[in-house]
Write a protein that binds this ligand. Structure first.
Ligand code: ATP
Length: 577
């Protein structure tokens, strides 16, 4: 396929924000895509040249892309930057320069462009900046205006299409299998491999049965299993029967992959973070004798002598790229291992929890930096209550209870795993993870920062949409506003972003990317909001919401609280009253 044809589709995708038309346009594109290029096109649609978890970055700054444009179109960098400052978008800047340059039709194929983007990503060492600019401007000279517009956004990491993984899966299913009926099977493979390009390529080459045979691979993260909520120990036993009970550690979820001497680690939102935890690499090599292994763990700073657990915020400071060795010395981490998903060539997802825990016991013989999470089987609400008290007295968040016979459901959030927290019996005590959708401008002091309130939403996973649930304003401090602007101004838009469904129109839209943890007094019903809204019922809203923390470090927007959870929290609250 010619790159210019792909660019025309990217243009159409950019112009729509309706999910159904996104699927339609994408499936038309996929239909035309040959086997050799489907994997590449799936990555490019997401502004990448590799799956999300692969740390392949083209890493070009705006200034550097501006130099490439100047070079390609025989202009100078100042002029490019002036136009960029006016338009606020390097894509449109490239489009304008390129249209004057008049490349009418471009012959470059998607594969050729992909190849050069790969070279850009692989360039390293001395003169990287210049080499990358030369590669990019070489491409630009051969591309028409629309192609140039979409191309330059890729190395900037700013493709603005907002297409979610579920939408791509729907489009792949529609294109290749005729409808969305088998999309669940594609999703299953995605939960095991986290690689949409691989799934597309396999579907094109080997059909649906090939996709179903895709197994877990050491080195590719498995999508994490997550917890549902229940209000109290009685409800847990009533609904789940005898359960396996473990502490709920409030740290950083780390999936550890060991392949011989090579250890890699992934966050809950599938990002590679091997560099962050040097002590966990060493511990894995020291403590795990199996050749290949995948472990599900929660890493946090813990002092075994005083039995003190340090708060999540302390642990996440590690995300900074610098000073990791010093941080590791000052605040050594432990990883509490609570599951094993793969061992010596065998995927363990289908084994029961009891079976996996037994294998885990044989895999980590003695505790060290890796500590096997203690667990016990409980069938009585009273015993469960005592364990909850015990966890809380140790400064932990609460417990995770798990069904004894359940398999590991990658990417699932259901009643196989349930979290039980402190006051979950009564008022809303658990926090809600919201996605920022826009600024609503206000009057008075806040206008200093250009906004009076934020419009925030939650995730509707059935429709792959972000729906509004609250405005947050008064609870934010000036520092928090500054922080929000620092993160959000770069991704503000003058039109409604794709996959956002809101009847409140904010003054400025923000791409749904920033996840914040919010505590509210109550969930109420409100006709103003679209979360959970149906023809018959109004939406859900939050009463007295306040910001607790920024969660962008460990959560993708799709990891925000889901409408189905909000509904259950609302019902639990109501039953209580
Ligand atoms: P929260 O917002 O309460 O931290 P969450 O939204 O991050 O929760 P949940 O599904 O609510 O995710 O809770 C599961 C998380 O709890 C896991 O992602 C993991 O990081 C953490 N965790 C701590 N201890 C355990 C354990 N023993 N078993 C499973 N998960 C655990």
């Amino acid at each position: 396929m010619k790159f210019t044809e792909l660019a025309k589709y990217l243009e159409k995708l950019e112009e729509t924000s309706s999910r159904l038309s996104l699927i339609e346009i994408l499936s038309e594109l996929f239909n035309k895509t040959p086997e050799e290029e489907i994997e590449k096109i799936v990555y490019l649609i997401q502004g990448r040249i590799a799956p999300f978890y692969a740390p392949v970055e083209m890493g070009m700054a705006e200034k550097s892309v501006a130099s490439a444009l100047a070079n390609a179109y025989g202009s100078d960098k100042e002029k490019v930057i002036n136009l960029f400052n006016k338009l606020g978008d390097m894509g449109k800047t490239a489009e304008q320069f390129s249209s004057k340059f008049k490349v009418q039709s471009s012959k470059l194929s998607v594969s050729e462009v992909f190849e050069v983007l790969t070279q850009i990503a692989e360039t390293s060492g001395e003169g990287t900046v210049e080499k990358r600019q030369a590669l990019l401007s070489g491409l630009l000279k051969k591309l028409d205006a629309i192609s140039a517009k979409h191309l330059v956004r890729i190395p900037l990491g700013n493709t603005r299409l907002g297409i979610g993984d579920p939408t791509i899966l729907d489009a792949l299913a529609t294109a290749k299998l005729g409808d969305k009926l088998n999309r669940k099977k594609l999703e299953g493979a995605y939960n095991r491999t986290s690689d949409l390009g691989l799934i597309a390529k396999t579907l094109w080459q080997k059909g649906l049965s090939g996709v179903e045979r895709l197994e877990v691979r050491v080195g590719s993260p498995i999508r994490s299993e997550l917890c549902e909520r229940l209000p109290n120990p009685e409800k847990v036993i009533e609904k789940m029967g005898e359960v396996d009970v473990q502490y709920k550690y409030d740290g950083f979820r780390v999936q550890i992959h060991k392949d011989g001497q090579n250890v890699r680690m992934f966050s809950r939102n599938l990002e590679e973070m091997t560099h962050m935890f040097p002590e966990l690499i060493k511990a894995t090599l020291d403590q795990i004798s199996a050749k290949t292994v995948i472990l599900d763990t929660e890493a946090l700073a813990y002092n075994p002598d005083s039995e003190e657990f340090l708060p999540f915020q302390e642990t996440t400071k590690r995300r900074r790229k610098h000073g990791i060795e010093a941080a590791a010395a000052r605040l050594p981490l432990k990883a509490f291992v609570f599951d094993i998903l793969y061992k010596d060539g065998q995927q363990l997802l289908d084994k029961t929890l009891v079976g996996r825990m037994k294998i885990l016991k044989d895999t980590i013989k003695e505790d060290g930096v890796l500590i096997r999470t203690k667990n016990q089987t409980v069938g009585e609400p009273k015993a469960l209550s005592l364990l909850l008290e015990d966890a809380i007295s140790k400064g932990l968040e609460g417990l995770v209870v798990k069904k004894l016979q359940s398999p590991y459901e990658a990417g699932g959030r259901n009643f196989n795993w349930v979290k039980l927290k402190r006051h979950s019996d009564g008022e809303l005590s658990d926090t809600i993870d919201c996605v920022i959708l826009g600024y609503i401008s206000g009057r008075g002091k806040r206008t200093e920062f250009g906004a009076g309130a934020l419009l925030v939403g939650v995730y509707d996973s059935e429709r792959d949409e972000f729906v509004s649930i609250s405005r947050i304003g008064t609870g934010l401090t000036d520092d928090e506003w500054r922080e929000i602007h620092r993160r959000a101004d770069k991704i503000s838009l003058d039109h409604k972003p794709a996959r956002v469904n809101s009847s409140i129109i904010p003054s400025v839209w923000i791409e749904p990317k920033i996840v914040i943890e919010v505590l509210a007094d109550e969930i109420t019903r409100s006709p103003l909001h679209t979360a959970g809204k149906t023809e018959k019922e109004p939406g859900f809203a939050l009463r007295f919401p306040r910001l607790v923390s920024f969660r962008t470090a460990d959560k993708k927007p799709e990891d925000a609280t889901q409408v189905s959870e909000i509904k259950r929290l609302y019902e639990q609250q109501y039953n209580k009253k």
